[in-house]
Design a protein around this ligand. Structure first.
Ligand code: AGP
Length: 596
């Protein structure tokens, strides 16, 4: 869950490393560090965000270097536990993302053999093992060390006296950036975009030797691998804030385009019958974590409505515990990053059970795209804010398209309905734009939430999972405890908590759930709780039960999750902003959760 980078070439390595790490801070930000090799190896690292080490940066000249931004898993955030680590001689530097499961036993052996450790981390054992095995060839030393290691890793190493950096991966991403007379390596492509669009993805079990003029990749058996570099279409500008106060707000406002791009990338397959979605399966299971799981919950309604196909949704971290008895021959794993450890483990488990797997992801070349049988890309562009927004809306589009495709194949929707749904999807960018145009008035409703410790989010039918996601978004970035509830469940327990200090955000769409929602809100009002209703434009009746109304455009009921989700994202954003929270990098969280 950390961000790692490496550089070898004619530039000042420290500048390249810091600039690349800035793009990776979303992966972790409790400590950071760089190692640069000039005449000698020099290391600068500290606890805190990258800015801390930038401000105190000593003069570090040299064209070879590695860097790291950390999200602590083993050992608290501290200067000692920050990467890079060096061996006892101080000539080899290493950064690592992942977990070394057998580090305690390895460390004991190394201590017995006289190695001195400076940190509490699992990572440090690797550099000491490399030191023991090193007879001048850094790659060979690393390969030998890795043979003793159990766990997961993306590793980059540099050594005094060598212009080569060495990289290895197992279940944690690494991508090599190919330049002219210089080369790079990083946890993901956003860190490289400023320098190159030409990339080589490192696969599990591979080790790479990277010098300024050459990249050589070796497979697990030590054979060289021929791989042609791919061109990345994302630009450096795509990964910058573009005038918005926060990446999250920029990404919320990019949603019309994200919807359009997901559509453009996938809509032409609606009437195709090939691949895993062409199979005649009796049931579907959606598997994901966090926000992606909530997208799956919305997807269940749509798949069952349009495809008339029984659909279950399971948390990826729980999938392995489920009994292998149900008939869900198609597992759709949803993950914006394609690197979430729990989602990857679920993909592998599904394959182990002999099930078809389809990945819905945003990141081209991510591990999941190689693990799953097929991939559907959401094409939302890079998402930097830790809170998923545009990738979530794109996942919804992908799931709607999947449901339409299955409905068409199973003849549960006719050609007219398919056309109609397609038109509705195509109009969503404008619908979302209208919600965004209303952002200032959403802000007016946020004061009463910002002052509270707890909040409730209520919805019925397809609005229910949307409100679960709304509550998650608020928790994540404003640190206000928020619970999403099916509105009908309120009186079965949580009503005991409702009072003047617990604002209730309610989805009141003008559909067959409307009257029941009004009744639920009356129960809430009777307990003096402040009510913020998200209702359709032109709805005046709602004013009788709501203290504040956020109006959103009315669409066909099945499509209401789109404007509704955007309204809840804006609420979370404005509340967090009013509270002065660290919106793009909320405490304790990381963008890509690569530990289980
Ligand atoms: C989203 O706002 C959250 N940060 C988090 O729940 C996220 O959705 C989850 O970790 C899954 O990530 P993925 O989609 O990359 O697999």
């Amino acid at each position: 869950m950390c961000g790692i980078v490496g550089y070898t070439g004619p530039r000042d390595a420290s500048e390249v490393l810091l600039s690349s790490l800035r793009r990776l801070e979303y992966r972790g930000y409790d400590s950071a560090g760089i190692a640069v090799i000039g005449e000698h190896l020099a290391i600068h690292k500290d606890k805190g965000e990258l800015a801390v080490i930038e401000h105190s940066l000593p003069s570090m000249h040299g064209g070879i270097g590695i860097g790291h931004t950390r999200w602590a898993t083993c050992g608290r955030p501290s200067q000692e536990n920050a990467h890079p680590f060096t061996d006892c001689s101080g000539t080899i530097a290493l950064v690592h993302n992942g977990i070394i499961e057998n580090y305690a036993a390895l460390k004991k052996g190394l201590l017995d053999r006289g190695h001195i450790f400076s940190s509490e981390t699992d990572t440090e054992v690797i550099v000491h093992l490399v030191e023991e095995r090193n007879s001048g060839d850094l790659r060979e030393a690393l390969v030998s060390a890795l043979s003793d290691i159990k766990g997961t890793y993306a590793i980059v190493l540099a050594m005094e006296g060598s212009e080569k950096i060495v990289a290895a991966r197992k279940e944690n991403p690494l991508v090599i950036g190919v330049g002219v007379g210089e080369n790079f390596v990083a946890s993901d492509v956003t860190a490289l975009l400023e320098y190159t669009s030409k990339v080589l993805y490192l696969m599990d079990g591979e080790v790479a030797e990277i010098s300024p003029s050459k990249v050589t990749i070796f497979d697990a058996s030590g054979q060289t691998v021929r791989r042609v570099p791919e061109m990345v279409t994302w630009t450096a500008e795509d990964a910058k804030k573009g005038g918005f106060a926060h990446f999250m707000l920029k990404e919320i406002f990019e949603q019309p385009e994200a919807i359009r791009n997901t559509l453009i990338g996938n809509v032409d397959r609606l009437e195709q019958d090939e691949g895993v979605l062409g199979e005649d399966v009796p049931a579907i299971k959606l598997v994901a974590c966090g926000t992606s799981y909530h997208a799956g919950l919305v997807g269940k309604y749509v798949l069952e409505k349009l495809g008339k196909i029984p659909t279950t949704v399971e948390l990826a971290s729980e999938f392995r515990y489920s009994s292998d008895v149900r008939e869900d021959p198609l597992v759709i794993v949803i993950s914006q990053s394609g690197e979430t450890a729990d989602a990857l483990a679920a993909t592998r488990e599904a394959r182990r059970r002999g099930l078809h797997t389809l990945a819905i992801t945003n990141v081209v070349g991510s591990t999941m795209t190689r693990e799953a049988e097929e991939t559907m890309y959401t094409r939302a562009g890079p998402e930097i804010g830790v809170a998923a927004t545009k990738t979530y809306i794109s996942q919804l589009v992908a799931l709607y398209l999947t449901a339409m495709r299955i409905g068409h194949r199973r003849r549960t929707i006719d050609a007219d309905t398919l056309r109609n749904m397609r038109t509705e999807l195509t109009s969503l960018p404008q619908v979302v734009r209208r919600v965004l145009d209303n952002s200032e008035s959403v802000m007016e409703a946020c004061g009463m939430i910002a002052q509270s410790r707890d909040a409730f989010y209520l919805g019925r039918n397809i609005s229910y999972p949307v409100m679960l996601e709304g509550a998650l978004k608020l928790k994540e970035i404003s640190y206000i405890h928020a619970e999403g509830y099916a509105a009908g469940e309120l009186k079965h327990g949580p009503l005991a908590l409702i009072g003047p200090d617990t604002p209730v955000v309610a989805a009141c769409m003008r559909d067959h759930t409307y009257d029941k929602m009004i009744a639920n809100l009356s129960e809430v009002k009777a307990r003096d709780a402040p009510v913020i209703a998200i209702a359709n434009e032109g709805d005046e009746e709602i004013e009788q039960v709501a203290d504040k109304v956020i109006h959103i455009p009315e669409v066909q009921p099945l499509f209401s999750p789109f404007p509704l989700s955007v309204a809840t994202q804006l609420i979370a954003y404005h509340v967090a902003n009013l509270k002065g929270c660290s919106i793009d990098k909320p405490r304790n969280l990381a963008k890509s959760v690569t530990v289980e």
